[in-house]
Design a protein around this ligand. Structure first.
Ligand code: E4P
Length: 247
C-alpha cells in the first residue's frame, strides 16, 4: 500500500518524503486555500509544479475548478502540460449530480492521467473504473496513472467507518475479480489514526493522509515515555563509566 500526502504544504510534503512516507500527493481547492495558495489558477499552477518537481517521479493530483464537461476537458489538457507527473482530479459528478465521466473518458483516450474523485458509493467507483478502462481500450494504451478516490471520512459521517471499509473492500474485490489492472483505489478524507488503521486493511492501493493525521500515527505517549527512559538510563550508564575511568 502506498501513502500519499493530502496537502499542498511544501514543508510537510518534504518532511514525509524524507522519511520514505510519501509516494504521491493529492490536493484540491480546499487544501490549496488552507495551505496558502493564492492567485487563482496561476497560484495553483505554481504550487503544483513546485510539488511535482519536489516529489518527481511520484504523482501529484491537481483538481479542475469547473464542473462543465467541456471546461473540465480544456482545463485538464492545460494542467497536464504543467509536469509529466501531474494527475488531473475530476469529480465524479457536477453540483447537480450529473456525470462528468464523459470528460474522464475523453481525457483517458488522450492518454491524460485522471483521478476520479469525491466518490462515496460502490456504484460510483465501479462506473468510474469502467470509464477509465474503456478509455484505455479505445486508446490502445494506459495513461501513466489512473486513480479512483473513495472518500472514507465522508462516507463514515453518514454510515460509519465500517461501512466505508466495506465499500473500499468491495470495490477492490470487484477490480480484482473483473481484472481491471492499472486502476488504483485512493482512500481520501482520512480523519484519524483509527481511520488509517482500519482502511489500511481494506485492500486500498493508496491512503492519502493529511500531515496532522500522519504525525499522530507516528506518535504514542508510551513510546515517548520509553524513549525518555532509555535515554536517561544511557546517560546514567555513561556517567558511571566516566566515574570508573577516573578512579
Ligand atoms: C483527497 O484526494 C481528497 O481531496 C481529500 O482527502 C478530501 O477529503 P475531505 O475534504 O473530506 O477532508
Amino acid at each position: 500500500m502506498k501513502i500519499f500526502i493530502d496537502s499542498a504544504d511544501i514543508n510537510e510534503i518534504k518532511k514525509y518524503l524524507n522519511s520514505g512516507l510519501c509516494q504521491g500527493v493529492t490536493t484540491n481547492p480546499t487544501i490549496c486555500l488552507k495551505c496558502g495558495v493564492r492567485g487563482g489558477i496561476e497560484g495553483v499552477r505554481q504550487r503544483t509544479i513546485e510539488i511535482a518537481n519536489l516529489i518527481n517521479p511520484y504523482p501529484v493530483s491537481a483538481e479542475v475548478t469547473s464542473d462543465k464537461v467541456e471546461e473540465v476537458i480544456s482545463q485538464a489538457r492545460e494542467y497536464s502540460k504543467w509536469a509529466a507527473n501531474v494527475v488531473i482530479k475530476i469529480t465524479i459528478t457536477d453540483c447537480q449530480g450529473e456525470s462528468l465521466l464523459p470528460a474522464v473518458y475523453q481525457l483517458t483516450r488522450e492518454g491524460i492521467s485522471v483521478n476520479v474523485t469525491t466518490m462515496t458509493t460502490f456504484n460510483q467507483a465501479i462506473l468510474a473504473a469502467r470509464t477509465l478502462k474503456s478509455g484505455f481500450e479505445r486508446a490502445g494504451q494506459k495513461p501513466k496513472y489512473s486513480f479512483i478516490s473513495i472518500f472514507g471520512g465522508r462516507i463514515s459521517e453518514e454510515h460509519g467507518v465500517e461501512h466505508a471499509f466495506r465499500v473500499i473492500k468491495n470495490v477492490r474485490d470487484w477490480l480484482d475479480f473483473h481484472k481491471f489492472p492499472g486502476i488504483e483505489i485512493i482512500v481520501g478524507s482520512v480523519r484519524s489514526p483509527e481511520n488509517v488503521e482500519l482502511w489500511s486493511r481494506s485492500g486500498a492501493h493508496i491512503l492519502t493522509i493529511p500531515p496532522d493525521v500522519l504525525s499522530k500515527c507516528l506518535s504514542s505517549a508510551r513510546t515517548k515515555e520509553t524513549v525518555t527512559q532509555f535515554l536517561d538510563d544511557a546517560k546514567k550508564s555513561m556517567e558511571e563509566l566516566e566515574k570508573e575511568t577516573k578512579n
